[in-house]
Design a protein around this ligand. Structure first.
Ligand SMILES: NC(=O)c1ccc[n+]([C@@H]2O[C@H](COP(=O)([O-])OP(=O)(O)OC[C@H]3O[C@@H](n4cnc5c(N)ncnc54)[C@H](O)[C@@H]3O)[C@@H](O)[C@H]2O)c1
Length: 255
């Protein structure tokens, strides 16, 4: 029970990495708020974790909607009066709509930045008072290989993930003295619905070639493998880790 008595909020908790983390955090004793834009998968995730004996509550929201985010954290404040863990996991990738800058529509740029970057800002902004009240908290941000190396044809996504890395570092310096650690996980090639939609469903994507030539471990990563890193960052086991960017990609970005 590594998160016994803690209150956690996870964005994008309805599926993929966020759902795996929500299930794991609940199994480790946390009360977990599942924040997701999708009413259906959010409610299903909530029911499934409750069925396993976990304490969770689903709040439907779009993280790019500032008022909705503000309301969600005020609900958490009313119910629990505190928050120890914020896992900023929700993002969109928008595969073929994102592009190289000269071919990228301003509307798609705005949409991706609105969710991946403004959403991150709003969640941190409205969660922080609940953490600062007890001088205790762990914020886990989510970058990507796209925040560490150049990935072509997804410039809006890449811009948000690079910004997430930079913001993690500055927040770690700013909030460390106030008892709040801020770290970041940069995953790649984790088999989730996002990867199915952006790669596996693409007729031009050759899975066999990708796994053999692009991945040193010769396989996909799995949501539970990222969730376990998030659990480490959420728990006291990582008590001296602050401002770290944990690249969790089986070695893809070092090849
Ligand atoms: N899967 C990978 O290989 C990979 C690689 C690099 C980075 N990441 C990052 O990991 C995180 C999780 O990725 P995933 O693969 O599990 O994604 P996913 O698309 O499978 O799940 C994302 C979840 O976020 C929710 N969401 C989307 N927009 C939202 C919004 N505006 N407000 C609230 N919720 C919203 C979705 O409903 C969904 O439940 C993302 O930040 C992603 O960029 C994933």
């Amino acid at each position: 029970m590594r998160l016994e008595g803690k209150v956690a909020a996870i964005t994008g908790a309805g599926r993929g990495i966020g759902f795996a983390a929500a299930r794991l955090f609940a199994a480790e004793g946390a009360k977990v708020y599942l924040l997701d834009i999708d009413e259906k998968i959010g409610a299903e995730a909530e029911a499934s974790i409750i069925n396993d004996g976990g304490k969770v509550k689903f709040i439907q929201l779009d993280i790019s909607d500032r008022e909705a985010v503000k309301n969600a954290f005020s609900v958490i404040g009313e119910y629990d009066g505190k928050l120890e863990v914020l896992y900023n996991n929700a993002s969109v990738f928008l595969g073929k709509q994102d592009n190289i800058i000269s071919e990228l529509s301003p509307e798609i740029w705005d949409r991706i930045l609105g969710i991946n970057l403004n959403g991150l800002f709003y969640c941190c902004k409205y969660a922080l008072p609940l953490m600062l009240a007890n001088s205790n908290g762990s914020i886990i941000n989510t970058a990507s290989s796209a925040g560490v190396i150049g990935i072509p044809k997804c410039d809006a996504y890449t811009a948000t993930k690079g910004a997430t890395v930079s913001l993690t570092r500055s927040m770690a310096v700013e909030y460390g003295p106030m008892g709040i650690r801020v770290n970041c996980i940069a995953p790649a090639a984790i088999k989730t619905p996002m990867v199915k939609e952006s790669n596996l469903d693409d007729p031009d994507f050759d899975e066999k070639v990708f796994l053999q030539k692009g991945t040193p471990l010769r396989r996909w990563g799995y949501p539970d493998e990222i969730a376990r890193i998030a659990l480490f960052l959420a728990s006291e086991e990582s008590s001296y880790l602050n401002g770290a960017i944990i690249v969790a990609d089986g070695g893809i970005t070092i090849t």
